[in-house]
Design a protein around this ligand. Sequence first.
Ligand SMILES: *Cc1c(COP(=O)(O)O)cnc(C)c1O
Length: 360
Amino acid sequence: MERVYNFSAGPAVIDESVLQKAASELFCYPGKGMSVLEMSHRTGMFMDIYNSAIALFREVMGVPDTHELLFLHGGATMQFAGVPLNLLTGSRVADYLDTGNFAHLAAEEAKKYGTVNTIASSRADNYTYIPSLAGLLFTPEADYVHITTNNTIYGTRFVALPDTGSVPLVADASSNILSEPMDVSRFGVIYAGAQKNIGPAGVAVLIVRRDLLGKASPQCPKVLDWALQSKNESMLNTPNTFAIYMVKLVCEWMKEAGGVPAFYERNLAKAKLLYDAIDASKLFTNPVQPQYRSLMNVTFVTGDEAKDDAFCKFCQKNGVANIKGHRNVGGMRASIYNAMPMAGVQKLVDLMAQFEKEAL
Ligand SMILES: *Cc1c(COP(=O)(O)O)cnc(C)c1O
Protein backbone atom coordinates (compact mmCIF):
# COMPACT_ATOMS: atom_id res chain seq x y z
CA MET A 1 0.00 0.00 0.00
CA GLU A 2 1.17 3.50 -0.79
CA ARG A 3 1.84 5.89 2.09
CA VAL A 4 -0.59 8.78 2.55
CA TYR A 5 0.12 12.35 3.62
CA ASN A 6 -0.56 12.19 7.34
CA PHE A 7 -1.69 15.49 8.89
CA SER A 8 -2.25 13.98 12.35
CA ALA A 9 -1.73 16.27 15.36
CA GLY A 10 0.18 13.51 17.16
CA PRO A 11 1.60 10.93 17.03
CA ALA A 12 2.52 12.53 13.75
CA VAL A 13 4.37 12.08 10.50
CA ILE A 14 8.00 10.98 10.69
CA ASP A 15 10.31 11.51 7.73
CA GLU A 16 10.50 8.50 5.41
CA SER A 17 14.30 8.34 5.48
CA VAL A 18 14.18 8.14 9.29
CA LEU A 19 11.62 5.32 9.19
CA GLN A 20 13.67 3.47 6.59
CA LYS A 21 16.86 3.80 8.61
CA ALA A 22 15.07 2.52 11.72
CA ALA A 23 13.64 -0.39 9.72
CA SER A 24 17.04 -1.30 8.29
CA GLU A 25 18.65 -1.31 11.76
CA LEU A 26 15.79 -2.87 13.68
CA PHE A 27 16.61 -6.54 13.30
CA CYS A 28 20.28 -6.18 14.11
CA TYR A 29 21.87 -2.90 15.16
CA PRO A 30 25.09 -2.41 13.14
CA GLY A 31 27.99 -4.16 14.84
CA LYS A 32 26.02 -5.09 17.99
CA GLY A 33 24.42 -8.42 17.16
CA MET A 34 21.02 -7.47 18.57
CA SER A 35 18.13 -5.10 18.04
CA VAL A 36 18.00 -1.78 19.88
CA LEU A 37 14.74 -3.16 21.32
CA GLU A 38 16.76 -5.86 23.07
CA MET A 39 19.58 -3.74 24.50
CA SER A 40 19.85 -3.21 28.24
CA HIS A 41 19.77 0.46 29.04
CA ARG A 42 22.73 -0.07 31.37
CA THR A 43 25.07 -1.28 28.65
CA GLY A 44 27.69 0.73 26.80
CA MET A 45 26.01 0.03 23.49
CA PHE A 46 22.80 1.72 24.60
CA MET A 47 24.61 4.51 26.45
CA ASP A 48 26.34 5.33 23.15
CA ILE A 49 22.92 5.77 21.55
CA TYR A 50 21.65 7.81 24.52
CA ASN A 51 24.71 10.08 24.55
CA SER A 52 24.46 10.66 20.79
CA ALA A 53 20.77 11.49 21.12
CA ILE A 54 21.54 13.98 23.90
CA ALA A 55 24.47 15.56 22.04
CA LEU A 56 22.56 15.82 18.76
CA PHE A 57 19.45 17.24 20.39
CA ARG A 58 21.56 19.82 22.24
CA GLU A 59 23.24 20.81 19.00
CA VAL A 60 20.08 20.99 16.89
CA MET A 61 18.05 22.84 19.53
CA GLY A 62 20.95 25.01 20.69
CA VAL A 63 20.69 24.02 24.36
CA PRO A 64 23.40 25.91 26.30
CA ASP A 65 25.55 24.35 29.04
CA THR A 66 23.54 26.25 31.65
CA HIS A 67 20.65 23.88 30.93
CA GLU A 68 20.26 20.15 31.59
CA LEU A 69 18.54 17.92 29.00
CA LEU A 70 16.55 14.85 30.05
CA PHE A 71 14.46 12.23 28.22
CA LEU A 72 11.59 11.29 30.52
CA HIS A 73 8.48 9.14 30.64
CA GLY A 74 4.88 10.20 30.73
CA GLY A 75 4.68 12.72 27.93
CA ALA A 76 4.00 16.40 28.38
CA THR A 77 1.06 15.60 30.63
CA MET A 78 3.32 14.05 33.27
CA GLN A 79 5.20 17.35 33.40
CA PHE A 80 1.95 19.21 34.12
CA ALA A 81 2.56 17.66 37.57
CA GLY A 82 6.36 17.54 37.26
CA VAL A 83 6.62 21.31 36.95
CA PRO A 84 4.82 22.17 40.22
CA LEU A 85 6.35 19.20 42.06
CA ASN A 86 9.82 20.47 41.16
CA LEU A 87 9.32 24.23 41.24
CA LEU A 88 6.19 25.22 43.16
CA THR A 89 8.06 24.92 46.44
CA GLY A 90 9.20 28.46 47.30
CA SER A 91 6.37 30.99 47.57
CA ARG A 92 4.10 28.18 46.30
CA VAL A 93 2.49 30.63 43.89
CA ALA A 94 2.74 30.32 40.11
CA ASP A 95 1.33 32.36 37.23
CA TYR A 96 -0.29 30.58 34.26
CA LEU A 97 -1.38 31.92 30.88
CA ASP A 98 -4.51 30.09 29.78
CA THR A 99 -4.22 29.98 25.98
CA GLY A 100 -5.62 26.56 25.12
CA ASN A 101 -6.86 23.22 26.35
CA PHE A 102 -3.41 21.92 27.30
CA ALA A 103 -2.51 25.21 29.02
CA HIS A 104 -5.73 24.86 31.01
CA LEU A 105 -4.98 21.26 31.96
CA ALA A 106 -1.47 22.25 33.08
CA ALA A 107 -2.91 24.94 35.38
CA GLU A 108 -5.55 22.58 36.77
CA GLU A 109 -2.90 20.00 37.63
CA ALA A 110 -0.66 22.60 39.30
CA LYS A 111 -3.55 23.67 41.57
CA LYS A 112 -3.09 20.39 43.46
CA TYR A 113 0.27 21.62 44.69
CA GLY A 114 -0.07 25.33 45.38
CA THR A 115 -1.69 28.58 44.34
CA VAL A 116 -2.20 29.12 40.64
CA ASN A 117 -2.95 32.60 39.32
CA THR A 118 -4.39 32.57 35.82
CA ILE A 119 -3.09 35.98 34.82
CA ALA A 120 -4.53 35.95 31.30
CA SER A 121 -7.01 33.78 29.44
CA SER A 122 -8.68 33.58 26.04
CA ARG A 123 -10.88 30.67 27.13
CA ALA A 124 -14.11 32.70 26.91
CA ASP A 125 -13.36 33.28 23.20
CA ASN A 126 -12.63 29.62 22.50
CA TYR A 127 -8.89 30.36 22.52
CA THR A 128 -8.90 32.17 19.18
CA TYR A 129 -6.00 34.45 20.18
CA ILE A 130 -3.10 34.89 22.60
CA PRO A 131 -3.98 37.52 25.23
CA SER A 132 -1.93 40.72 25.04
CA LEU A 133 1.35 40.44 26.93
CA ALA A 134 1.48 44.18 27.57
CA GLY A 135 0.37 45.03 31.08
CA LEU A 136 0.19 41.46 32.38
CA LEU A 137 0.09 41.45 36.17
CA PHE A 138 2.78 38.95 37.14
CA THR A 139 3.11 37.88 40.76
CA PRO A 140 6.53 39.25 41.76
CA GLU A 141 7.32 36.40 44.18
CA ALA A 142 5.96 33.63 41.91
CA ASP A 143 8.01 30.44 41.64
CA TYR A 144 7.51 30.49 37.85
CA VAL A 145 5.33 31.66 34.96
CA HIS A 146 3.90 28.94 32.69
CA ILE A 147 3.04 29.32 29.00
CA THR A 148 2.16 26.98 26.12
CA THR A 149 4.16 28.25 23.15
CA ASN A 150 1.92 26.67 20.49
CA ASN A 151 -1.70 25.73 21.05
CA THR A 152 -2.11 22.50 19.15
CA ILE A 153 -5.90 22.24 19.20
CA TYR A 154 -6.75 25.85 18.33
CA GLY A 155 -3.86 26.65 16.01
CA THR A 156 -2.36 29.69 17.76
CA ARG A 157 1.15 30.48 18.91
CA PHE A 158 3.05 33.02 20.96
CA VAL A 159 4.81 35.39 18.59
CA ALA A 160 6.72 37.02 21.47
CA LEU A 161 7.65 35.82 24.94
CA PRO A 162 6.43 37.52 28.10
CA ASP A 163 9.12 39.38 30.03
CA THR A 164 9.00 37.72 33.42
CA GLY A 165 12.08 39.40 34.88
CA SER A 166 13.86 37.13 37.32
CA VAL A 167 10.89 34.74 37.61
CA PRO A 168 11.65 31.58 35.58
CA LEU A 169 9.62 31.14 32.40
CA VAL A 170 8.35 27.57 31.97
CA ALA A 171 7.07 26.49 28.56
CA ASP A 172 5.17 23.53 27.20
CA ALA A 173 6.57 23.50 23.66
CA SER A 174 5.18 20.10 22.66
CA SER A 175 3.84 21.13 19.28
CA ASN A 176 6.42 23.66 18.08
CA ILE A 177 9.75 22.57 19.55
CA LEU A 178 12.47 22.34 16.85
CA SER A 179 10.17 23.99 14.30
CA GLU A 180 11.49 27.52 14.80
CA PRO A 181 14.49 29.05 16.54
CA MET A 182 14.05 29.30 20.33
CA ASP A 183 16.44 31.15 22.60
CA VAL A 184 16.68 28.49 25.31
CA SER A 185 18.53 30.88 27.63
CA ARG A 186 15.27 32.84 28.06
CA PHE A 187 13.57 29.84 29.66
CA GLY A 188 13.85 28.20 33.05
CA VAL A 189 12.20 25.06 31.69
CA ILE A 190 11.03 23.82 28.30
CA TYR A 191 9.23 20.49 28.05
CA ALA A 192 7.65 18.63 25.16
CA GLY A 193 6.13 15.27 24.34
CA ALA A 194 8.14 13.81 21.46
CA GLN A 195 5.30 12.66 19.23
CA LYS A 196 4.84 15.87 17.24
CA ASN A 197 8.22 17.16 16.10
CA ILE A 198 10.82 14.97 17.81
CA GLY A 199 9.96 11.33 17.23
CA PRO A 200 7.52 8.68 18.43
CA ALA A 201 5.25 8.80 21.48
CA GLY A 202 6.55 7.55 24.80
CA VAL A 203 9.35 9.95 25.59
CA ALA A 204 9.29 13.58 26.65
CA VAL A 205 12.10 16.08 26.41
CA LEU A 206 12.79 18.25 29.44
CA ILE A 207 15.23 21.15 29.34
CA VAL A 208 15.85 22.75 32.72
CA ARG A 209 18.22 25.48 33.86
CA ARG A 210 20.64 23.77 36.22
CA ASP A 211 20.14 26.22 39.09
CA LEU A 212 16.46 25.20 39.19
CA LEU A 213 17.36 21.59 40.01
CA GLY A 214 17.12 20.39 43.60
CA LYS A 215 13.99 22.29 44.64
CA ALA A 216 11.57 19.35 44.43
CA SER A 217 8.90 18.84 47.03
CA PRO A 218 9.48 15.91 49.45
CA GLN A 219 6.29 14.37 48.01
CA CYS A 220 7.67 14.39 44.48
CA PRO A 221 7.82 10.83 43.09
CA LYS A 222 11.41 9.82 42.34
CA VAL A 223 10.80 9.37 38.62
CA LEU A 224 9.51 12.95 38.45
CA ASP A 225 12.38 14.47 40.43
CA TRP A 226 14.44 16.27 37.79
CA ALA A 227 17.56 16.51 39.97
CA LEU A 228 17.48 12.77 40.60
CA GLN A 229 16.85 12.06 36.92
CA SER A 230 19.75 14.35 36.08
CA LYS A 231 22.08 12.42 38.41
CA ASN A 232 20.93 9.20 36.75
CA GLU A 233 21.12 10.37 33.12
CA SER A 234 17.33 9.99 32.66
CA MET A 235 17.62 6.37 33.82
CA LEU A 236 16.32 6.22 37.34
CA ASN A 237 14.31 3.35 35.91
CA THR A 238 14.15 1.79 32.45
CA PRO A 239 13.66 4.58 29.91
CA ASN A 240 11.90 4.25 26.57
CA THR A 241 15.04 3.07 24.85
CA PHE A 242 13.50 2.72 21.39
CA ALA A 243 11.94 6.19 21.43
CA ILE A 244 15.28 7.69 22.51
CA TYR A 245 16.95 5.90 19.60
CA MET A 246 14.33 7.40 17.27
CA VAL A 247 15.01 10.88 18.68
CA LYS A 248 18.64 10.34 17.70
CA LEU A 249 17.64 9.47 14.12
CA VAL A 250 15.30 12.47 13.85
CA CYS A 251 18.06 14.80 15.10
CA GLU A 252 20.57 13.33 12.62
CA TRP A 253 18.08 13.88 9.81
CA MET A 254 17.42 17.46 10.94
CA LYS A 255 21.11 18.24 11.24
CA GLU A 256 21.84 16.95 7.74
CA ALA A 257 18.94 18.98 6.33
CA GLY A 258 20.28 22.25 7.76
CA GLY A 259 18.94 22.20 11.32
CA VAL A 260 16.24 24.37 12.84
CA PRO A 261 16.89 27.44 10.62
CA ALA A 262 16.30 25.40 7.46
CA PHE A 263 13.15 23.79 8.88
CA TYR A 264 11.87 27.17 10.05
CA GLU A 265 12.17 28.53 6.49
CA ARG A 266 10.32 25.52 5.13
CA ASN A 267 7.69 25.74 7.86
CA LEU A 268 7.03 29.41 7.07
CA ALA A 269 6.63 28.54 3.40
CA LYS A 270 4.32 25.59 4.11
CA ALA A 271 2.14 27.64 6.47
CA LYS A 272 1.99 30.53 4.00
CA LEU A 273 0.87 28.24 1.19
CA LEU A 274 -1.96 26.86 3.33
CA TYR A 275 -3.11 30.12 4.97
CA ASP A 276 -3.01 31.92 1.60
CA ALA A 277 -5.24 29.20 0.16
CA ILE A 278 -7.67 29.54 3.07
CA ASP A 279 -7.72 33.34 2.79
CA ALA A 280 -8.37 33.18 -0.95
CA SER A 281 -11.13 30.60 -0.53
CA LYS A 282 -14.84 31.40 -0.49
CA LEU A 283 -15.59 28.17 1.36
CA PHE A 284 -12.91 27.79 4.05
CA THR A 285 -12.00 30.23 6.83
CA ASN A 286 -9.41 30.16 9.60
CA PRO A 287 -11.04 30.91 12.97
CA VAL A 288 -8.07 32.48 14.82
CA GLN A 289 -6.75 36.05 14.89
CA PRO A 290 -4.26 36.24 12.01
CA GLN A 291 -1.31 37.58 14.01
CA TYR A 292 -1.36 34.50 16.26
CA ARG A 293 -1.63 31.88 13.55
CA SER A 294 0.33 28.72 14.32
CA LEU A 295 2.95 27.49 11.88
CA MET A 296 2.36 23.90 12.98
CA ASN A 297 -1.40 23.39 13.37
CA VAL A 298 -3.63 25.10 10.83
CA THR A 299 -7.33 25.10 11.69
CA PHE A 300 -10.05 25.84 9.16
CA VAL A 301 -13.81 25.46 8.87
CA THR A 302 -16.55 25.77 6.27
CA GLY A 303 -19.15 26.79 8.84
CA ASP A 304 -21.26 23.79 7.88
CA GLU A 305 -20.63 20.52 9.71
CA ALA A 306 -21.89 18.38 6.85
CA LYS A 307 -19.49 20.07 4.44
CA ASP A 308 -16.61 19.69 6.91
CA ASP A 309 -17.37 15.98 7.11
CA ALA A 310 -17.61 15.68 3.36
CA PHE A 311 -14.26 17.43 2.92
CA CYS A 312 -12.55 15.14 5.45
CA LYS A 313 -13.90 12.10 3.60
CA PHE A 314 -12.84 13.56 0.25
CA CYS A 315 -9.30 14.02 1.62
CA GLN A 316 -9.20 10.52 3.06
CA LYS A 317 -10.20 9.08 -0.33
CA ASN A 318 -7.41 11.04 -1.99
CA GLY A 319 -4.45 10.13 0.18
CA VAL A 320 -4.67 12.95 2.75
CA ALA A 321 -5.27 11.52 6.23
CA ASN A 322 -6.24 12.86 9.66
CA ILE A 323 -7.48 16.25 8.59
CA LYS A 324 -10.42 16.28 11.01
CA GLY A 325 -10.28 19.02 13.65
CA HIS A 326 -10.27 18.47 17.40
CA ARG A 327 -13.76 18.06 18.85
CA ASN A 328 -13.37 21.35 20.80
CA VAL A 329 -13.10 23.34 17.56
CA GLY A 330 -14.70 21.16 14.89
CA GLY A 331 -13.90 21.62 11.22
CA MET A 332 -10.45 20.71 10.02
CA ARG A 333 -6.92 20.86 11.36
CA ALA A 334 -3.83 20.25 9.26
CA SER A 335 -0.78 19.60 11.40
CA ILE A 336 2.23 20.48 9.29
CA TYR A 337 5.14 19.54 11.53
CA ASN A 338 8.77 19.45 10.38
CA ALA A 339 8.38 16.07 8.68
CA MET A 340 5.40 17.11 6.52
CA PRO A 341 6.84 17.82 3.08
CA MET A 342 5.79 20.82 1.00
CA ALA A 343 4.32 18.32 -1.50
CA GLY A 344 1.85 17.20 1.18
CA VAL A 345 0.66 20.74 1.81
CA GLN A 346 0.42 21.35 -1.96
CA LYS A 347 -1.71 18.22 -2.29
CA LEU A 348 -4.03 19.42 0.48
CA VAL A 349 -4.34 22.87 -1.12
CA ASP A 350 -5.16 21.26 -4.47
CA LEU A 351 -7.85 19.12 -2.85
CA MET A 352 -9.33 22.20 -1.16
CA ALA A 353 -9.60 23.99 -4.52
CA GLN A 354 -11.12 20.96 -6.20
CA PHE A 355 -13.63 20.43 -3.38
CA GLU A 356 -14.57 24.11 -3.37
CA LYS A 357 -15.26 24.09 -7.11
CA GLU A 358 -17.57 21.10 -6.72
CA ALA A 359 -19.26 22.31 -3.52
CA LEU A 360 -20.11 25.89 -4.54
C1 LIG B 1 0.09 16.96 22.59
C2 LIG B 1 0.27 18.00 23.63
C3 LIG B 1 0.26 17.70 25.01
C4 LIG B 1 0.00 16.30 25.51
O1 LIG B 1 1.13 15.56 25.29
P1 LIG B 1 1.26 14.08 25.91
O2 LIG B 1 2.66 13.73 25.52
O3 LIG B 1 0.22 13.24 25.27
O4 LIG B 1 1.08 14.18 27.37
C5 LIG B 1 0.49 18.71 25.89
N1 LIG B 1 0.70 19.98 25.48
C6 LIG B 1 0.70 20.31 24.18
C7 LIG B 1 0.94 21.72 23.78
C8 LIG B 1 0.49 19.34 23.22
O5 LIG B 1 0.48 19.66 21.92
